[in-house]
Design a protein around this ligand. Structure first.
Ligand SMILES: Nc1ncnc2c1ncn2[C@@H]1O[C@H](COP(=O)(O)OS(=O)(=O)O)[C@@H](OP(=O)(O)O)[C@H]1O
Length: 477
């Protein structure tokens, strides 16, 4: 049939003047071409998942979520990156948004802005003084200090941050800062710590802020006074004054919807994969499996949970106050509108998972990630997980997917290099030469003896000392 049609078409094209050999050749060429075409289509549909015309767009969707009318997208943004609250996932989308639009980031010299010291504008790489407004986005870890931040960021900056239930945060913080916070280091487990925190906690020791009211501390609030409702009220009021939006980690997707509306961003810009997750291996009653220093120490009874809430009372009140505000915001936004946007966001995430990630998008241990440059930074008791990209992605897709899974430290290095190409590294504010710190926190352990432990910033936390020596030497406050 196909052959007869081709022969008719050739007659129409005047091929009847050709000899039989040429005719045969032409028929062969037509059939080969048709076969090739079919093969390409066939192969594509098998090799690639149905890929929409844009990486994010859904097959039935040529919008980017609800229209946001005529508002202008915010590009001056300050995100207070609180610790262990899903803040790396949030920072990733700020990095992506800024990178794609060529915005300028206020970056730290290392990986945090002099944390745990209070933020100082001089910590920003390339900072040239309070009247030189040249940064668009700021989001690395800091202890918030509004007057100093205002020196760096433009007057119309949108300030936002994120909070998490203090008990979940304590678990995450204990697992991550076990070797960094002296209070955690000495405790047998988080439950043991919760039962008697004063036995382990000395507020004068450096890095013990990771063990109590960490969010309150990150907001730059007074953490040295005794707990009182008046103190809480002042703290909550200060946060309300300084921040336009407080997200809630437990309701991450709803948070993303509120955020994208507040920023007038497309929904696509807030689709993300969870970064910096700790490995959970459920088994038996404890909920964990593992070897020696594995996560059994994280098990908590209900009583211990409520003790941790009491211990972190400032954080607990802060969280409750902004959880309430959050749901009032959702109410104002409209519950059903929120539900449909969250559903759209989740569908987009699923599509992207299929396009970008191996293993159905399950996060994996760093050691199993073949591309060493995207292995997440490791710290503490448990493994911090990352992702691997599917093979066979075209360049544009690969680049877009990579942006979504690139860990925070590597992403900061990349942006840093773009903003300050090596050849012209500016002197650090204050005239000190810039020292690029290695992108790895290390606990070197030889023969069971810990030699050096460095913080993200490259700060040496301790070196070749017993824990007791360390604790007595790192007194800061
Ligand atoms: N999307 C989303 N939703 C809810 N929770 C999330 C999300 N993304 C990351 N996470 C969890 O956040 C924890 C890591 O927090 P951070 O990235 O702020 O940590 S860090 O301070 O930057 O080290 C870490 O918590 P734990 O796994 O309990 O340790 C992550 O699993």
């Amino acid at each position: 049939m196909v052959f007869r049609r081709s022969a008719r078409r050739m007659r129409w094209l005047g091929c009847y003047r050709l000899g039989p050999l040429w005719k045969a050749l032409l028929v062969f060429a037509v059939i080969a071409f048709a076969g090739q075409l079919l093969g390409v289509i066939f192969n594509k549909s098998w090799m690639q998942p149905e890929r929409p015309h844009s990486l994010y767009a859904l097959p039935s969707d040529n919008s980017q979520g609800d229209s946001l009318g005529s508002c202008q997208p915010h590009t001056h943004i300050m995100f207070l990156k609180t610790h262990k609250t899903a803040s790396s996932t949030v920072l990733n989308l700020l990095y992506r948004f800024g990178e794609e639009r060529g915005l300028k980031f206020a970056l730290p010299m290392g990986y945090q802005f002099g944390y745990p010291m209070s933020f100082n504008a001089q910590r920003v790489k390339g900072y040239r003084g309070p009247r030189v407004a040249e940064f668009d986005i700021m989001g690395n870890h800091m202890r918030f200090n509004k007057p100093e931040v205002e020196k760096v960021m433009p007057a119309d900056t949108f300030y936002f941050s994120i909070l998490r239930d203090p008990v979940a945060l304590a678990e995450s913080s204990y697992a991550y800062y076990k070797n960094v916070a002296p209070a955690f280091r000495r405790a047998k487990g988080l439950g043991d710590f919760a039962d008697n925190p004063y036995k382990y906690y000395d507020p004068r020791l450096r890095n013990n802020h990771y063990a109590r009211n960490l969010m309150w501390f990150d907001f730059g609030l007074d953490h040295t006074s005794n707990f009182s409702l008046a103190l809480v009220k002042r703290g909550v009021a200060a946060v309300r004054r300084n921040f336009k939006l407080i997200l809630i980690s437990e309701y991450f997707d709803q948070s993303m919807v509120l955020l994208r509306h507040a920023l007038c961003w497309p929904l696509d810009a807030v689709v993300s994969f969870s970064l910096n997750a700790r490995q959970h291996i459920p088994t038996g009653r404890s909920g964990w499996v593992g070897k020696a220093a594995a996560p059994a120490p994280l098990a908590l009874t209900d009583k211990q949970r409520s003790k941790l809430r009491e211990w972190n009372a400032l954080d607990w009140h802060l969280y409750q106050a902004f959880n309430l505000t959050f749901w009032q915001d959702v109410e104002r936004f409209g519950r059903s509108r929120m539900e449909s946007e969250v559903a759209l966001l989740r569908t987009k995430r699923e599509v992207l998972t299929r396009i970008c990630l191996r293993d159905g998008g399950r996060p994996i241990e760093a050691s199993r990630i073949r591309d060493k440059t995207i292995r997440p930074f490791q710290s503490g008791l448990v493994k911090i997980l990352g992702y691997e990209l599917r093979s066979g992605l075209d360049n544009a897709t690969w680049e877009a997917c990579l942006r979504m899974i690139r860990p925070e430290i590597q992403y900061k290095d990349l942006l840093d290099l773009r903003q300050f190409p090596r050849a012209q590294q500016p002197p650090a504010a204050g005239g000190l030469p810039v020292k690029r710190e290695p992108a790895i926190l290390r606990t070197e352990d030889r023969g069971g003896k810990r030699l050096v432990e460095k913080d993200w910033d490259g700060t040496i936390l301790f070196r070749n000392q017993s824990l007791e020596q360390v604790d007595s030497k790192v007194r800061l406050r």
